[in-house]
Design a protein around this ligand. Sequence first.
Ligand SMILES: [Zn+2]
Length: 493
Amino acid sequence: MTATTPSDAPDLITLGRRIRHARTSRGLTLDALGKAVDCAPSLLSLIENGRREPRLSLLRTLAEALEVALPDLLADEPPSRRAALEITLERAQRGPLFGALGLPPIRPSQKLPVPVLEQLVGLHAEIARREEEAIATPEEARRANTVLRTERQERDNHMPQIEALAHDMTRRAGYTGGALTHRTVARIAEDLGLTILHVDDLPRSARSVTDWKNGRIYLPPASIPGGHGLRSLALQAIGHRVLGHERPRSYGEFLRQRVEITYFAAACLIPEPTAVEFLSQRKRDKDLAVEDFRDAFGVTHEAAAMRLTNLATVHLGVPLHFLRVGDDGALFRGYANDGIPLPQDVTGAIEGQLVCRWWPAREAFRRRDRATESYQYTDTPAGTFWDSVQTGTAADGRQFSITVGVPYAHAKWFRGRDTQVRHTSTCPDPSCCQRPPSDLTERWQAHSWPSARMHQQVLAALPRGVFPGVDDTDVYRFLERHAPTVPDGRPTA
Ligand SMILES: [Zn+2]
């Protein structure tokens, strides 16, 4: 590769082609022109190939010898259709995309027929287009996320086929009720010819790695506090297989698979028939509570709250909303089919948006006693909602709150409906809470400059042929280290 910079490279290539065009149309060889301008033919060749920049004095002499005006020689346009193709091919071969292919470049000499040039240029353009297509912009990722959320909302966040699959698999593994044990998860894996192994050197970018060849699921040695439990991670890995997933080709597909394996894991950890029986009884007793649902199935508060969104509308006739909000007030995850106005950006995305200061999701951070759920009624432009909130601490030490709420008419089924806490929210009206009090604005507007924290929502790009955010090389090296070995010590894979 020559060390030409992208900005000057195209000009040099075009200039070279214009010089060559003028020379050949006058029937001059490189040698003849070299003699005429007192310059080595090898240097002229380099100039014609755009690999050397001619001095201005040489350019003037060349223009004279070729009987063209200097500005003509320096014009931007390729001198012919063929030259245009040659220039495009030359540029493509000098780019990083071609460099990464490890192929030898072709000199677009006169011997190369125009149809061959056409095809090469066409292929280079297509490679560039596909490369660009594979990169999901943050905006595309957000839109894909929004499409998925809307779809889930339309079917009340219930996926009957995955429910049936999970029910069948847990039953066959011997599940009868209560929390799904590690032993039962291992039996579900065994049913599929898989062994679960715990290792402490997983690639940092991966939550789990599955070796289909040797039938192994590699998991970390311990649960991440406040994060995904090991049972859930194993079930998600299994989910990819039983749901027939293939390598995602777009960010939307990657997200959809994520939703499906998360759903599958949740449906195994809290199987539908047992859960519905539990919830129906509590509804009859007017004593529904996420914290009890959580404890009955031995999952995190967030997992129980999310699972409730799968079952409450379809089986209990209760529309609801679910929010995970950070201590900075930003929405991390959310779902609603009860009409509560979730904050959105122009694309309809809710992730990273600030929720109303008066919503219980943020009020909860101001409480002293956070050991149990807290309750609140909130009057909004869309009606009155009742919420239960539990706060927690994430692995990075930051606080978050998990909210499950329902419209006023459905509060009667829930523990905590008798709370006296009530707030009014008029968001998205900016006068509700988004605009600071005017006296504060007056004092500080001109004198403050905060530096924002970047949100870690699903905004990463999807590099070609690679799982989003995971380093393939790390994964392959990892599998090499752990694959069972044949007698001479080589891995079987
Ligand atoms: Zn507000």
